[in-house]
Design a protein around this ligand. Structure first.
Ligand SMILES: Cc1cc2nc3c(=O)[nH]c(=O)nc-3n(C[C@H](O)[C@H](O)[C@H](O)COP(=O)(O)OP(=O)(O)OC[C@H]3O[C@@H](n4cnc5c(N)ncnc54)[C@H](O)[C@@H]3O)c2cc1C
Length: 226
């Protein structure tokens, strides 16, 4: 959305475009520190937020999107030229019907030890794990060492103390050459990696996202080095 807004400006059509951000959530971000920045970004860019609105129908022939107000259940129809939809996230059947799942269908594990309470030889990390934090690769990077320690302890018949604190991260690109690196824990408190205010949009963070993180992902994380 932020890049589209930027692109419309570069192409000279932003004044003839309307950008709407619709979400069932009640705010643009769940962590207050980053929410405040993104609220300013949205205001600066003239993006129109529609909070507490859930997409329930697309009418491609008429180019209309129908939203339901989550609180009042009132339906709102919005005309569009281009719509970008993020589908609701859910577990695959192989997980939700496995007998390992919690009510939401994700693998039920302790949120700190990542070990199943019902089956002590079962552990889970990543998107399939029923952990109350944002599902990201960055979160997995912090979960993996905790999992390894507990797994080895279980195999040796000992106990481990490693604890996952819910760390997750969202690199939010707010335009070409601008990024805000949100990092937070289970308590929705910032858990930042750099010694500066990460709630600011920065060119350096854009470089991190476009130049450094791809290398970190491919050569570090996926090979188990970082
Ligand atoms: C658009 C988008 C942008 C993102 N951006 C970021 C980002 O900037 N930073 C970040 O940290 N994270 C980001 N994420 C999140 C990150 O990609 C995921 O959290 C991460 O890939 C999850 O890894 P995983 O191994 O747990 O699950 P997955 O990567 O989903 O792997 C699960 C695998 O299991 C396979 N599978 C499914 N069913 C079966 C079956 N029955 N038998 C065998 N195999 C099966 C699937 O094919 C898949 O390969 C983003 C996600 C999306 C969608």
């Amino acid at each position: 959305m932020y890049l589209a807004d930027d692109h419309f400006r570069k192409a000279g059509v932003r004044d003839r475009s309307q950008v709407i951000f619709a979400t069932p959530q009640k705010a643009i971000f769940s962590v207050d520190k980053y929410r405040r920045t993104l609220e300013k970004v949205v205001q600066r860019k003239g993006i129109e937020p529609m909070f507490r609105h859930n997409l329930i129908e697309l009418r491609p022939d008429a180019k209309e999107a129908v939203f339901e107000n989550v609180d009042t259940h009132e339906h709102v129809t919005v005309a569009y030229d281009m719509v970008h939809v993020t589908p609701p996230m859910g577990p695959p059947d192989v997980v939700s019907k496995s007998g390992l799942a919690n009510e939401g269908g994700w693998v039920e594990v302790d949120k700190h030890s990542l070990q199943s309470g019902r089956f002590p030889n079962v552990f889970a990390i990543g998107d399939c794990a029923g952990l109350p934090t944002s599902k990201t690769g960055a979160a997995i990077r912090k979960q993996a060492p905790v999992l390894v320690e507990h797994l080895l302890a279980a195999m040796r018949g000992t106990t481990a103390t490693a604890s996952y604190n819910g760390y997750s991260s969202c690199p939010v690109v707010t335009g070409y050459g601008k990024m805000m690196l949100a990092e937070f824990d289970y308590n929705q408190q910032p858990a930042e990696s750099f010694p500066f205010d990460q709630s600011k949009e920065r060119y350096s963070m854009w470089l991190l996202k476009t130049q450094l993180l791809p290398r970190l992902y491919w050569y570090g994380m996926l090979r188990g080095r970082l």
